[in-house]
Design a protein around this ligand. Structure first.
Ligand code: ZN
Length: 191
């Protein structure tokens, strides 16, 4: 029975992986409505929902080096759109692209912060990730509020300009893979 349970759990996680369809942020590839594979649930206050965020992987090596992988992504199979084809406008798509680009903006902020911080402990990496992720979430919320989910065209254009400006500002932090170092503390010799 125990083995059966283990097999079932394994199968479910395997099926879960099969149904994931993750797309990493790249500068040249823009979102298309066909990328939103899920049907929007009723009662949603947007015409589409991009399911994405920032993923990170920190691997500590023996010599106090940490290999870092950070990227913005969205999942095609979990991103949803309205069934009303007329509602899926170019403006709405630009709004969703804005959500994706904000994740990339903050992936860059995160990379910069990790590089600029003098690390003395490995778990500082997770603490920094959590802090920046929270900030990114707040910006995503503000983006929706101020643009009224793209209905306020003036605010939408303002945000698009701001996001572009931020991506340019942090363009030096576009590499998804890099290394950081944990500083060894000098031991004070007792006399
Ligand atoms: Zn939105």
């Amino acid at each position: 029975m125990k083995y059966l349970l283990v097999i079932i759990v394994f199968l479910f996680s395997f099926i879960g992986i099969l149904f994931q369809n993750e797309v990493k942020w790249t500068p040249n590839e823009k979102l298309k409505w066909s990328d939103f594979k899920k049907k929007l649930s009723t009662g949603a206050n947007e015409l589409a929902l991009l399911d994405g965020g920032i993923k990170s992987d920190f691997e500590q090596k023996k010599d106090s080096t940490v290999s870092v992988v950070i990227y913005a992504f969205y999942d095609k199979n979990l991103s949803s759109k309205s069934e009303d084809i007329n509602a899926l406008t170019e403006r709405g798509l630009k709004h969703e692209q804005g959500h994706f680009d904000i994740w990339e903006w903050y992936a860059r902020v995160l990379r910069k912060k990790l590089i600029d911080t003098t690390l003395i402990k490995f778990n500082q990496t997770t603490a920094i990730f959590n802090l920046v992720y929270k900030e990114a979430n707040n910006v995503e919320d503000r983006y929706d509020k101020e643009t009224n989910h793209s209905n306020d065209t003036t605010a939408q254009r303002k945000w698009e300009a701001l996001i572009k400006q931020k991506l340019d500002e942090y363009s030096g932090y576009s590499n998804t893979e890099f290394q950081i170092y944990i500083k060894k503390r000098n031991k004070i010799k007792s006399q």
